[in-house]
Design a binder for this molecule. Structure first.
Ligand code: MN
Length: 280
């Protein structure tokens, strides 16, 4: 059997302890290649760098530090740096959880999204905050390796990735994995305003307090109870329930004038109309 090619990335940067623990733990499954940002790019979401050239600096054997985002890293690795398409992309282990709506900001999850788009089964792994402030990455890295093994064996549905969140507790206290859905959280005081030495205001995003809804079945509830949370995330964000009602809705609207049936039905026309309405 061919050696499995495993691509590891993250958004905390190539020197983060989480990626070190992860790449070590994955060695048991195959040949691990690390391609990660050269510095922390947390909350970079699924962004690509298109305004400056990308540089990939060798940072060791099978290791590259990229001056770019997690998405840049996975794209560059798969398209260029690796000798062939990897068998799996594993992103993490992130310092801090990625649950609920945070997955939309997360660079950790974005790296797995990019892998999924490129047709590679992908998982994202994040470690919850610790009440005592210390992050213990070993247990989460071993959880990641277990799931990576499962995914390598069974694959994932096309367009679906796994988002895994691990409680920050000693391995002996870690409880079983739970399948979960994304929960909700509300950030309070999310903007901090301060005054700079010249008397002008500046702002810092990132409120300390968020209220998580611990509704059962969610990622938040699982992690709060000490379970490993595993959420399947699909890239097709279409809301099919609303889609079913949307044609009625559009019939009543006045958008566009050239319906395909000639009856004046509404279409989201790309022709730009006849000079009315807003233009970009
Ligand atoms: Mn991060």
């Amino acid at each position: 059997m061919n050696t499995r090619l495993i691509l590891v990335s993250n958004d905390d940067g190539i020197t983060a302890p989480g990626i070190e623990a992860l790449s070590e733990a994955l060695e048991e499954l195959g040949e691990v290649h690390v391609v990660a940002p050269d510095r922390e790019r947390s909350a970079s979401s699924h962004s690509l760098t298109i305004d400056v050239p990308l540089r990939a600096l060798r940072a060791g054997e099978r290791r590259y530090a990229v001056r770019g985002t997690p998405t840049d890293c996975v794209l560059l690795a798969v398209e260029n740096l690796l000798s062939r398409k990897p068998d799996i992309v594993v992103s993490g282990v992130n310092r801090g959880p990625n649950m609920g709506s945070d997955v939309t900001y997360s660079g950790t999850v974005a790296a797995a999204i990019e892998g999924t788009i490129l047709g590679v089964p992908s998982i994202a792994v994040s470690l919850d905050h610790a009440s005592h402030g210390e992050y213990e990455y070993g247990p989460a890295a071993r959880v990641a390796s277990t799931f990576a093994g499962l995914v390598l064996e069974r694959g994932l549905p096309e367009g679906t990735l796994l988002n895994i969140n691990v409680p920050n507790v000693p391995e002996s206290e870690l409880r079983t994995a739970r399948p979960t859905r994304l929960g909700h959280q509300v950030y309070e005081d999310s903007i901090i305003e301060k005054t700079d030495p010249r008397g002008k205001s500046y702002y810092w995003i990132g409120g300390q307090s968020s209220s998580r809804s611990n509704e059962s079945g969610t990622d938040f509830a699982a992690v709060a109870a000490g379970h490993v949370s595993v959420t399947p995330i699909q890239l097709d964000m279409t809301d099919f329930e609303t889609l079913a009602h949307l044609s009625d809705w559009l019939l009543e609207s006045t958008v566009g004038s050239r319906g395909t049936n000639g009856s004046g039905g509404a279409t989201l026309s790309e022709t730009g109309g006849d000079g009315e309405g807003p233009r970009a």
